[in-house]
Design a protein around this ligand. Structure first.
Ligand SMILES: [Zn+2]
Length: 458
């Protein structure tokens, strides 16, 4: 019997969080109540948080004061979710240029700052206050809980590792977090026979109660397990994210491990949506954010996507007062759901599937598949030296990384070397070069593809 897991969930983790001044557990309990509220009650809750956000943004940020004043709007005008439509969408370029102007001059101050490449290869810096962080953490645990992942369970994380953190203190902290929560991290980037065999060995030894994975990574491992008839374990729920979960991949995962639960999030706001046990779309994190799926008409008009229609994901982060983001365009596309209630009984809106996060698979020098997402991770850490980037694998297998440096016409020596080392590690044997360019054009769909794998003409 597993005594340590429940003990960790009920006693140690709350004590640990409380000691760090984090009300994650009480917030989690709160969210497990509000998820059962009616859609109308949830929208009222959102409207209340929205009023607070807009008032704070108007009073304490230059950006939103000017935005509202220009449109003749007052904070009091934002008395419902629908009122949001009066404000423009916040695209990635504006996020970058308005960073200082959106930073609040009054408390709560930001305590966390991070940069993210999203999936479009253009880094964005976000910062947020402590309260926002607590909501993010609690929302993640709530969503994971729908897949029956509770704090304290043995979890195998099968995703990209990324370059090691520079700071020793940070590394120690990460390690303590992992040990306390009993997590095993396995890098899903190498997908050759040896790596997949090793992943199965680790899984058998660790006996995870839940797997958290990149969708394509979990699917590749699942196919490996199924093809060789390796499964000798009971159902393990698999929480997947970071990439679209295709129906055939879901089938492989269910066969190899157990039920699959899709999640959708981004580093700017964390968990946006998660699948419940009904497996019929993802419930959005309504208590922490307003999720809109919007369609831009050719005449410039913006409207909400109709049920079944694909729209751009726009997020209003309700608890980030330190550097507000209102109607932020994540760069992803998702299918709108109707308002019919979910079989699980939760009142939270649903979205999905997500359509815009498909990354191409690259090949290393020996022809082994490598997930293109590794470059997103890399770029997240390199954003202080480069504004845009794109990685192209040519037909002959050689790889060119196009970079728009951030100031100057090339990368500093340290980063230049780090990128080459990174490529040598994840794409061994492949010819790799960095090319400096002035700009990287968008695709016809208006997205910047991070990874392009050239394919022979049909
Ligand atoms: Zn549901």
């Amino acid at each position: 019997m597993d005594l340590y897991g429940p003990l960790l969930e009920k006693a140690l983790f709350p004590a640990f969080e409380a000691a760090r001044g984090r009300p994650t557990v009480p917030l989690l309990r709160y969210l497990q109540g509000t998820e059962r509220w009616s859609p109308e009650q949830l929208r009222d809750l959102q409207a209340g948080f929205l009023r607070r956000l807009i008032r704070h943004a108007y009073l304490h940020t230059a950006y939103y004061r000017e935005l509202l004043d220009d449109r003749g709007l007052r904070p009091e005008d934002f008395d419902s979710i629908e009122a949001l439509a009066q404000l423009p969408l916040l695209d990635r370029d504006t996020v970058r240029t308005s960073f200082d102007a959106r930073t609040s001059g009054a408390p709560p101050r930001w305590v966390i700052q991070k940069s993210t490449s999203g999936t479009t290869g253009q880094p964005v810096v976000v910062k947020y206050n402590a309260e926002s962080r607590h909501w993010r953490d609690a929302t993640r645990w709530r969503g994971y809980g729908w897949a029956s992942y509770r704090i304290g369970m043995r979890a195998m994380h099968y995703w990209g590792a990324g370059p090691a953190s520079d700071s020793w203190v940070k590394r120690q902290k990460v390690m303590i977090d992992r040990v306390l929560k009993r997590d095993l991290y396995v890098d899903c980037t190498p997908r050759g026979e040896t790596a997949l065999t090793e992943a199965v060995t680790q899984l058998r030894k660790f006996r995870p109660q839940v797997i958290v994975a990149y969708s394509a990574g979990a699917a590749a491992l699942a196919r490996f397990v199924n093809d060789r008839g390796l499964r000798d374990w009971d159902d393990i729920p698999v929480i997947v994210g970071a990439e679209r979960l295709w129906p055939h991949d879901r089938e492989s995962i269910v066969q190899a491990f157990g039920p699959a639960f899709e999640t959708y999030g981004c580093r700017e706001v964390m968990l946006i949506g998660a699948e419940c046990e009904a497996h019929a779309g993802m419930h959005t994190s309504m208590e922490t954010m307003i999720v809109e799926l919007i369609v831009r008409e050719p005449d410039g008009r913006v409207r909400a996507a109709k049920p079944g229609e694909t729209g751009e994901v726009a997020i209003t982060d309700l608890h980030n007062l330190a550097c507000p983001m209102v109607r932020y365009i994540t760069g992803d596309l998702a299918v709108a759901h109707g308002s019919s209630p979910c079989a699980c009984g939760r009142g939270l809106d649903r979205i999905g599937p997500i359509e815009g996060r498909v990354t191409d698979t690259m090949r290393d020098g020996a022809g082994n598949p490598v997930n293109g997402l590794v470059f997103n991770i890399l770029f997240g850490v390199m954003s202080h030296v480069a504004r845009k980037f794109q990685v192209i694998q040519r037909l002959d297998g050689s790889i060119v990384m196009k970079v728009v440096p951030n100031g100057g016409d090339q990368l500093p020596e340290k980063e230049y070397r780090a990128i080459h080392e990174f490529a040598a590690k994840y794409l061994p044997g492949a010819v790799f070069a960095i090319e400096y360019v002035d700009d990287i054009p968008l695709t016809a769909a208006g997205k910047r593809k991070v990874v392009v794998v050239e394919k022979p003409a049909a």
